[in-house]
Design a protein around this ligand. Structure first.
Ligand SMILES: [Zn+2]
Length: 459
C-alpha cells in the first residue's frame, strides 16, 4: 500500500445566502493580499526587508479590529493568504517570477483556501467553514483523508478543489525498452513522441484562443468605468473560461493516453524557473501549458507505477543529433524558428521536435539501464478526442496507485560526459571568454521563456 494524493474538482451549487458569503470570503482574502502586499512593498522600499509568514499572521487580530468585516472570513483562509504571500515573496527572487501582483476585483481569480479540520463530505454536500453544507454535482466523490480545499469562482460558477490523501494498491510496471517513450513539448504541435506521433492543439481550442485575444483587445479600447467596458469584461471572462476548460480537458486526455500506452516516460524537467522575457513567445508557451502537462505526466506515472525519467536542466535535447550524438554549439545552434535539425556530421535531417524526443528517449533508456531495441508503441491516434464534456480531473480519477520510481535527473550519456547542474553553474560563474558568457545568456533566455507557463498549484 502506498499513499497518494488526489484532487477532486467539484462544482458547487450554493444557495443565495451561501453564494453571497462565498463572494465575501473571497473578497476578504483578496483585500488582505493587497493590503499585506502594499505594506510589504512600503517596508521593502524603506528597509530593504520583508516580514515573513508568521509575522504577517500576527497582524491579523489587529486588522480584524480595524476592519470588523474581515473577521467574517474563516481564519485559516486568511492565514493561508499570509502563507501564499510569503511564498510568492520568497519565490520572486529565487525563481525569477517577478514581484507578486495586486489582485484586481473581477480580473484576478476569486478564491480562498479551506483547511482540513473544518472540511467534511456528506453524500452530495460538502461542509465548508461558517457556511454549512453546500451541494455539489454528483460525480466522483472525494475519498480518503481530506487535506484541504480551494474554493474559487470562474465568473459563472463556484468550484471546490479538494485535496485528498488515499491509501492505494501499488502495481509497479517494469520498464521495457520497446515501450519507453520520449516526449517533447513544442509550440507548433502540443507534443511530439519519440515514435513519431503528434498531438496538435485542436482547432476549436485555437479558434477560442483567437476569439479571446480579440475580446481582450476590444476590452482595452473601452473607456474605464463605462457600462460597455463592464459588458465586454464579462464577455472576456466567458471566452477565457471556455479556453481554460478546453485546454484542461485536452491536457488530461493527452497525458492520460501517453502514460497509459508507455511502460516508462521521459520528459524534460518541469522545475525550471520561468520568467517572461519575450512576451510574444511567452504567450504561446503559456497557451501550450507545458508546465501543467509535465506535472500531470509526473503524477499520472506515479499513480500507474511507471517510471518517469526527467532529463536534467542542461541536457541540450534540441541541439544534439539523435543519430550520432554530435552537439551543436555557438553559431550553429538551432534557433526557435528553425524547424528542421540538420546534422553536419552524419547528415541526418529530421524534424526538430522528433529529434529532441528521440534524444530524451535515449537519455531515459540510459538512466533505466536498458538496451535500445527500437520502439513498438501502441498507436496514440484516436485516443485523444475532444468531446464537449470537459470535466477536469475525471480522467485522472480512474486508475490510480503509486510510489514513483524517479530516476536521478543527472544522467551519464554514452557519447559525451554530461555536466551536473552545479558543475554547469560553476562553469558559468567562471566563464572567461565572451563567447561562453553569451552562450550562457542565450541558454538562460531560452529556458526562461520556455517554462513561463509553469505555475505552482495554489495560484
Ligand atoms: Zn549526426
Amino acid at each position: 500500500m502506498a499513499r497518494i494524493s488526489k484532487a477532486y474538482r467539484l462544482k458547487l451549487y450554493p444557495n443565495r445566502v451561501q453564494k453571497a458569503a462565498l463572494a465575501r470570503y473571497a473578497g476578504a482574502c483578496r483585500w488582505l493580499w493587497n493590503h499585506l502586499l502594499a505594506m510589504q512593498q512600503e517596508r521593502y522600499g524603506a528597509e530593504k526587508k520583508f516580514i515573513f509568514r508568521f509575522e504577517m499572521q500576527k497582524l491579523l487580530p489587529g486588522l480584524k479590529k480595524e476592519f470588523p468585516w474581515l473577521a467574517e472570513a474563516p481564519v485559516h483562509s486568511l492565514q493561508r493568504v499570509c502563507r501564499n504571500l510569503h511564498l510568492a515573496l520568497k519565490g520572486c527572487f529565487r525563481n525569477g517570477k517577478g514581484f507578486p501582483r495586486f489582485k484586481k476585483k473581477g480580473v484576478s481569480r476569486e478564491s480562498f483556501y479551506v483547511s482540513n479540520d473544518t472540511l467534511r463530505v456528506e453524500e452530495n454536500r460538502i461542509v465548508l467553514p461558517k457556511l454549512g453544507p453546500v451541494k455539489f454535482r454528483c460525480g466522483p466523490v472525494p475519498e480518503g483523508k481530506l487535506m484541504g480545499a480551494t474554493v474559487s469562482f470562474d465568473g459563472r460558477s463556484w468550484w471546490c478543489t479538494v485535496q485528498c490523501e488515499q491509501e492505494a494498491e501499488v502495481h509497479q510496471v517494469a520498464p521495457e525498452a520497446e515501450t519507453v517513450v520520449g516526449i517533447d513539448l513544442g509550440l507548433k504541435d502540443l507534443i511530439t513522441t519519440s515514435d513519431g506521433q503528434r498531438v496538435k492543439a485542436p482547432k476549436n481550442l485555437r479558434k477560442a484562443q483567437k476569439r479571446l485575444r480579440r475580446a481582450q483587445r476590444m476590452l482595452a479600447r473601452r473607456r474605464k468605468g463605462s457600462a460597455n467596458r463592464r459588458k465586454q469584461a464579462a464577455r472576456v471572462a466567458a471566452v477565457h473560461r471556455k479556453v481554460r476548460d478546453r485546454r484542461r480537458d485536452l491536457q488530461h486526455k493527452t497525458t492520460a493516453a501517453l502514460v497509459g500506452r508507455a511502460s516508462a516516460v521521459v520528459t524534460e524537467d518541469p522545475n525550471i524557473r520561468g520568467m517572461i522575457k519575450n512576451r510574444r513567445l511567452a504567450m504561446s508557451f503559456a497557451d501550450a501549458g507545458w508546465g501543467e502537462m509535465l506535472r500531470q505526466v509526473a503524477y499520472k506515472c506515479e499513480w500507474a507505477g511507471k517510471a518517469h525519467v526527467m532529463a536534467g536542466r542542461f541536457e541540450p535535447s534540441t541541439q544534439t543529433c539523435s543519430s550520432c550524438g554530435t552537439r551543436k554549439t555557438g553559431e550553429e545552434k538551432l534557433s526557435l524558428q528553425q524547424r528542421t535539425y540538420r546534422c553536419g556530421n552524419c547528415g541526418l535531417e529530421m524534424d526538430r521536435d522528433l529529434n529532441a524526443a528521440l534524444n530524451l528517449r535515449r537519455l531515459g533508456l540510459a538512466a533505466l539501464g536498458l538496451e535500445d531495441v527500437g520502439q513498438a508503441m501502441p498507436e496514440l491516434a484516436g485516443e485523444i478526442r475532444l468531446p464537449a464534456d470537459a470535466c477536469g480531473d475525471a480522467s485522472a480519477g480512474e486508475a490510480a496507485s503509486a510510489a514513483s520510481r524517479y530516476v536521478s535527473r543527472k544522467q551519464e550519456s554514452s557519447d559525451q560526459p554530461q555536466m551536473t547542474d552545479s558543475q554547469y553553474a560553476n562553469r558559468s560563474a567562471g566563464a572567461h571568454s565572451h563567447d561562453d558568457m553569451r552562450r550562457t545568456a542565450e541558454r538562460d533566455a531560452f529556458h526562461d521563456s520556455a517554462f513561463a507557463g509553469f505555475q505552482p498549484a495554489w495560484i
